[in-house]
Ligand binder design. Structure first.
Ligand code: NAD
Length: 458
């Protein structure tokens, strides 16, 4: 493993843009021991001081946004404006932790029993590992490393091999903000480096990535009984009922939910069900909304769609399209890799789909979507629940009671009424079934990085 180099490619051009050194077992051991030492000091700092440092980090994100956005676009290929949006979104999430942490983490006297004061205290865990994904490295990263640091933990942070330049920028800005070098460290490398981190005597593991990798991590760590959050994939359904005011507006919102970041979002709309009364009219405006999207150079601000981040994934997208067509689906647009340099695949719509097809069962994580007609709400609920995942589910309906009652019957960690594909720092972000377990964000996403202690004070 020693002295390995990680090649960084630009998916829009296919060209190598950088070679960076990977960590190896010995460099990771050294980082880990230093973090164990650093955490002893970090946890004793007054909470407001740690929060001040996180505020500095957030300010540095804002100050460096153009440079950070360019780096992000160069390695993951998302349109430049989406990269800027992502950094701004991370700043917004961080502001929740800055504003709310002191209130949430405050030691609380919960009871007085005679002369005994009963006090609830939130201690940090120690050194925690954060293994992260490439699709929104800032947005999914701050869910974990910001509250982990605020709570007094040290963090060993492994960015994805597809967003390692961004990971190194995050580390650089953490140090510039005042996070000690023995409190936050990035480790660089592919999956085997992530696997090695699991051998360390860590105090918590926080993983964002695919179900397959999450399962391996959970299996490997089961006997260690560590605090763990697994934020995994999704196959998120959206149902358009027959009670919507403006079908064009709905279609535009659904197209964005399906194709933002090329559909490479954990909570992207991956399956669309439409009530039979509005099915034909919806299809018409949905195809129009999709055809407005423009695919090409992500640095050109006119383009809404960049390349697929991992070129190897193009094969899987094509397989899903071919499988659906072989089983009777009809292609309305897209359906074939765009020729020329770079890994470009157009937004693709399939109809006449059913649940025997991979496109309606397996996470696509790219711009291919199936649209299915349903007879009524019961039908929609049945199909929405027919999945191994459970991250988010959306219903468009102007009767909010009806939408609420549909979503109360759908098993997912997040429900959306008349919106989709959004995350708020004020609400828990939590998957069910193959979408993972544990909650980040909200007050739960702070407690997730602590261990409670009951103090009996007489
Ligand atoms: P991935 O599982 O391929 O990799 C994630 C991370 O795990 C990477 O850093 C990788 O190097 C590391 N890794 C790979 N094998 C490992 C092993 N055996 N042990 C330890 N670490 C290992 O996922 P990805 O392609 O980076 O991300 C896409 C997936 O992440 C999608 O399924 C997406 O839905 C999911 N995701 C979920 C959320 C969420 O909040 N639920 C957010 C973003 C992405």
């Amino acid at each position: 493993m020693a002295n390995n180099i990680l090649d960084i490619f630009n998916p829009a051009t296919g060209l190598k843009i950088k070679e960076i050194p990977c960590d190896d077992e010995s460099s990771i051991q050294i980082k880990f021991y230093k973090l164990q030492e650093g955490q002893k000091f970090w946890k004793t700092m007054v909470l407001s001081e740690r929060i001040k440092i996180i505020q500095n980090f957030s300010n540095l994100l804002a100050k460096n946004i153009e440079q950070l956005a360019l780096i992000l676009t160069s390695e993951v290929g998302k349109p430049l404006q989406e990269s800027r949006n992502e950094v701004n979104g991370a700043i917004k999430k961080i502001s929740f932790f800055i504003k709310e942490s002191e209130k949430i983490l405050k030691a609380t006297e919960v009871n007085v029993d005679g002369t005994t004061h009963e006090i609830l205290i939130y201690d940090p865990l120690g050194v925690v590992v954060n293994i992260s994904a490439w699709n929104f490295p800032y947005l999914v990263g701050v869910n974990i490393f910001i509250p982990a640091l605020i709570c007094g933990n040290a963090v060993l942070y492994k960015p994805s091999e597809f967003s390692s330049l961004t990971g190194l920028e995050i580390e650089r800005l953490m140090f510039e903000a005042g996070v000690p070098k023995n409190v936050f460290n990035a480790v660089i490398g592919k999956g085997e480096i992530g696997e090695f981190l699991l051998n360390l005597k860590i105090n918590g593991i926080y993983f964002t990535g695919s179900y397959g990798t999450g399962k391996k991590i959970a299996e490997k760590l089961k006997s260690k009984m560590l605090p763990m959050i697994l934020e995994l994939g999704g196959k998120d359904p959206l149902y358009v009922t027959d009670k919507v005011d403006d079908l064009t507006q709905v279609a535009e919102a659904v197209a964005e939910g399906c194709f933002y970041n090329n559909g490479q979002s954990c909570c992207a709309v991956e399956r669309v069900y439409v009530h039979e009364k509005v099915y034909d009219a919806f299809l018409e405006v949905f195809v129009l909304a999709t055809q407005k999207l423009t695919v090409g150079d992500p640095l050109n601000l006119k383009n809404t769609q960049g390349p697929i981040t991992r070129p190897v994934h193009l094969k899987f997208l094509q397989q899903q399209v071919d499988d659906a067509i072989n089983l009777g689906a009809k292609l309305l647009c897209g359906g074939k890799q765009i020729e020329g340099k770079g890994a470009f695949y157009p937004p693709t719509i399939l109809i006449n789909v059913n649940h025997s097809m991979s496109v309606m069962k397996d996470e696509t994580f790219g711009p291919v979507r199936g649209i299915m007609k349903v007879k009524n709400d019961e039908d929609a609920i049945k199909f929405m629940n027919d999945t191994e995942y459970g991250l988010s589910a959306a219903v468009y309906c102007k009767d909010k009671e009806r939408a609420r009652s549909i979503l109360d019957s759908v098993n997912s960690g997040t429900s959306y009424i008349n919106c989709c594909d959004r995350v708020s720092a004020y609400l828990p972000w939590s998957g069910r079934n193959h979408s993972g377990f544990g909650s980040s964000l909200s007050h739960l996403g702070l407690y997730a990085f602590t261990q409670p202690r009951g103090l009996h004070l007489r």
